[in-house]
Each structure stands twice: as C-alpha cells, then as structure tokens.
Design a protein around this ligand. Structure first.
Ligand code: NAP
Length: 480
C-alpha cells in the first residue's frame, strides 16, 4: 500500500491533499501533531470525510514530530480522535499499555508499534521488530541507513522476519530504495509525500504509483537501477521506467546511492537484480567485479552498463554509442573530419574513443594537462590546455564540451573562451540545463547544435535493449 503522510495544519487542507493524490494512494496518515490545536480536537470527524483508510498518529518531538504536550494531554487528544473510524493507530514502542491502546483494541483499530532512530540502525533491529509484533501488532521501524551496507541490512529483514507484519522505513537519501522497493523488504506499506519531494529521502505518491509502480512489484518483477554518488538527480529512471510501461514489461528501475561497489554487488545478488547503469564515480571501479566485459569496455576503460549473465555479471558501454548516434551521419558524410574535445574525464574517455574509432582527428583540451595527455596517448590524438582554445578557432568541424562546467545551476559559464565561425557543429553533453552558455555562444555564431539529452536518451535506449532484449518503444521517448 502507498500511504500519503498528510502535512496540512487544518483538516480541510488535509482533505485537499487526499483529493489531489487520491488516484496514487491506498491510504493516508493523519498527523495530529502537524494540525493546529483547535483542529486536533475535531479529528474524530475526519475519517468519514476522507473516505479512505487512515492511520492516526501524534508524533512526539523526540521522534521527529511536533507534539510537545505532556503525555497525559497527548493521550486525551488521541482518545477523543479515536471516536472516529481510523483503521490504524501509531503507538510508540516505549508507551506502556493505557486507555488509548485499550480503546483502539476494543474498536478493532490495528496498532502500529513504532520506533524511530535518526542516527542509524540499531544493532538489535531484527529482535526489536520481532518483539514489537509479539501481540499481533504491526511493527514499524523508521531508521536511518548511512551506507549501502546499512541498506542491505534493511532489505534482509524480509528474510529474517518473514511472517512478521511490519513497516520498514529507511530515512534520508540512503533509504530511498527501501521506500520504493518496500514490498521486497516485506513492508506492509510505504509512506509518500504529496506533490514534488520536499526533503531528501521523500518520494512523492505520484512517482511511487506512476513512475515506479512500486505497489505492483512482485516476485517476478525484474529489478534494475543506477549506481552513483551523487545519483538522485539522474533522469535515467524516467527513460527506463517509461520504456517498461510502454511494452508492458514487469520491471522497475531505481537510483541507488553507493559508497562501496563490492557491497553493492552483494545487494544486487540479494535482490536478484538483472542489471544496472553505472555513473560517476564508479565507471572504472566496477570493472574488477565483472566476469565478462565487452570489446568497447576493454578499449575505453569504462563501463556504464552491467547485465546479469548466467553465473556472472557482464559490463558494457553505451555512452560511446549515445554520443555518436546523433552525429554519425555527419561523420559518415565527411562533414566531420576533426574535432576539439573539451575535458578529459570519464565521459570524455568514451567520446574520444568513439571519434577515433570512426577515424576523426581529435585534439583534447583539459584543465589538468596530465589527464589530457594520458587520454591522448591512449587514443593517439593531440592535447592542449584550455587556455589555448583560441588556437583552434576556424580549424575544427566539431567542438564537444564534456566538462561539468555549465551544469545546473551555472547557466552563465563556459569552460572555454572560443569564437565559433558558425561552420562548426557544437555538442554539449551536459543535459541540465539543455541550453548551456557554451551552446548559446555557438548558436549566436550560427552553428549546428547537439544537446546532452540526445546522448542521454540514445545511450539509455541501447541500455534498455541490453537489459530487456527489446527495442526501446518509439512512443515512450520521455521529455527529459
Ligand atoms: P568527470 O570524470 O568528473 O570529469 C570532469 C571533467 O570536467 C574533467 O575534464 C575536469 O577537468 C573538468 N572540469 C571540472 N571542473 C572544471 C572547471 N572548473 N574548469 C575546467 N574544467 C573542469 O565527469 P564526467 O563523468 O566526465 O562527466 C562530465 C559531465 O558530462 C557531467 O556534467 C555529466 O553530467 C555529463 N555527462 C553527460 C552524459 C550524457 O549522457 N549526456 C553522460 C555522461 C556524463 P580536470 O581533469 O582538470 O579535473
């Protein structure tokens, strides 16, 4: 179930939130502690108006809520709210049996017995969850993973405590996979926010339902993802999930923040993942865990696509194809003979290789000259410093911008001071923003432009084929 946490300070604003999200959610949590004091006293009337199963919660400040009332006052408000037909009530682990619990049991309101840990994951998490469920209640653990190892520990709860009714929440960025794959963790429900995510770790009800189809994950769902650090800004889940939906393929693709590739592979095995994309900074470090690598990965030295094969993982590279595809005709027609590539980082490795592989003469310009030199040696091309960019004005057919300079929110900077003649093809691989300062300069001179989103989409489409064995559906192309 997808459960919307209501964040309004009045009952009517909470009702609006339910209406706006109704098609994405199965239930909602009314947080009395977020309501104005006079509204708290009217909460008993809410279930009838909401028309949806509800959890009643009054979260204390020490558990991350806003309630600072005495325990006696909090009990009185909960007791009065229980006159309404709530489906569940959240009662914290340390609260001894009292009249709120008695009234809830009498009315058949299911008890969620919860604990919160904002600093980490308690060592005894498995036994603690088990104890909370002993009276037939739903155990809820809201804890804070800080690594991929912590995340694996949370996913393992599904096997360690198979038949225990439970809700597992991973707070913060590291916990996002468990919020999305909550059914894999054996969690009864996942909590969602309204509209766009407003805090790290939150996923909106709309994204859970429409983008990830999280409530439909079952034993047969193929699990795919992207690993990186940072990774949460990536548009890849949009490309792959929309592709899966369009061909009715039972699969899900989600972002994994990773700090240790080796442990991520353990998680990938545990979840029986079928494949994943790789981004900064793991395109090199992933190589030592692969049983098989493609010719391109061998030559480029970087892998952005990993696919499960019988008994091993295979690494491939689709970045070079994604880059090349939009300009292939210009290379084949002879319009592009020589190119200036700005940057010598991970993306540049695949780009320089792709251009050289097609016979294009390349000069690499980079801030750190030794890095440009190393890449140039590997691919038999020229190199220079960024300051010498003007030397190449009027002498190249293609200028490719591969550095991170100009990336959102730096709309007004370019890594080079370069006067375009208007005859060049200008290609910036940054996709946020679509129109960088580099491309604006080229456009002003009348150049043909290529955008980072073209590369992103084309590398993603090939990756989709490697993941699923199907062509990327034509009508699924997302507006990134
Ligand atoms: P990377 O390995 O970290 O390389 C970064 C490059 O940017 C290096 O050449 C670095 O120069 C240069 N750089 C960084 N800050 C600079 C500055 N202030 N002045 C001059 N140069 C600077 O990153 P990457 O993986 O190659 O990614 C680079 C960009 O490409 C990112 O914006 C990424 O989003 C984008 N990208 C797009 C796609 C796509 O599909 N469209 C795919 C991959 C990457 P030094 O060597 O001197 O540090």
């Amino acid at each position: 179930m997808i459960c919307l946490t209501l964040s309004g300070n009045t009952l009517s604003s909470c009702l609006d939130e339910i209406r706006q999200n109704r098609e994405y959610i199965d239930m909602a949590e009314l947080r009395l502690d977020l309501l104005d004091p006079e509204e708290q006293l009217k909460a008993a009337s809410f279930p009838e108006q909401a028309g949806i199963p509800l959890i009643l919660t009054m979260r204390r400040k020490e558990d991350g809520g806003r309630c600072t009332l005495s325990e006696k006052e909090r009990r009185q408000i909960l007791l009065s709210a229980l006159d309404g037909d709530f489906s569940y009530i959240d009662i914290e682990e340390d609260i001894k049996r009292n009249e709120v619990e008695d009234k809830a049991r009498e009315k058949g309101v299911r008890i969620i017995r919860s604990f919160h840990d904002f600093s980490g994951i308690p060592d005894d998490i498995y036994s603690r969850i088990y104890r909370l469920s002993e009276r037939g209640d739903v155990a809820k653990a809201a804890v804070t993973p800080h690594s991929i190892h912590d995340l694996l520990k949370l996913f393992r709860i599904a096997d360690e405590l198979k038949d225990v009714p439970k809700i597992i929440i991973g707070m913060g960025d590291w916990g996002i996979p468990i919020r999305i794959l909550y059914r894999k963790a054996g969690s009864l429900l996942t909590f969602a926010c309204s509209g766009e995510a407003v805090a790290p770790g939150q996923v909106s009800a709309k994204d859970l339902k429409l983008l990830y189809r999280a409530d439909r994950v079952d034993e047969r769902t193929g699990i795919y993802g992207i690993i990186g650090n940072p990774v949460l800004h990536t548009s890849s889940p949009l490309i792959h999930n929309l592709g899966f939906h369009a061909i009715n393929y039972n699969a899900i693709y989600l972002p994994f923040l990773v700090d240790n590739v080796r442990i991520f592979f353990a998680l990938a095995e545990y979840l029986r993942m079928r494949g994943f994309s790789v981004t900064i900074p793991f395109k090199d470090s992933v190589l030592m865990y692969l049983g098989n690598i493609s010719r391109e990965v061998k030559q480029i030295g970087a892998c952005n696509t990993v696919v499960r094969m019988p008994g091993m993982w295979k690494g491939m590279n689709t970045d070079y194809y994604g880059f090349l595809n939009p300009i292939l005709k210009d290379i084949e027609s002879g319009r592009i003979h020589n190119a200036l590539v700005i940057g010598a980082g991970g993306a540049s490795q695949a780009i320089v290789w792709a251009l050289r592989n097609r016979g294009v003469k390349v000069t690499i310009l980079n801030r750190t000259l030794t890095r440009a030199e190393k890449l140039a040696r590997l691919n038999i091309c020229e190199y220079d410093t960024l300051d010498n960019a003007s030397k190449y004005e009027g002498k190249v057919d293609l200028v490719v911008q591969t550095t991170s300079v100009g990336l959102y929110p730096d709309f007004d900077i370019s890594p080079i001071d370069f006067h375009f003649t208007g005859k060049e093809i200008a290609y910036d691989i940054i996709y946020k923003p679509r129109m960088t300062k580099f491309l604006r300069d080229a456009e002003a001179a009348g150049c043909t432009l290529h955008y980072g989103e073209e590369m992103l989409l084309d590398q993603g489409k090939l990756q989709f084929e490697l993941f699923t064995g199907y062509h990327y559906p034509k009508d699924a192309a997302p507006g990134l």
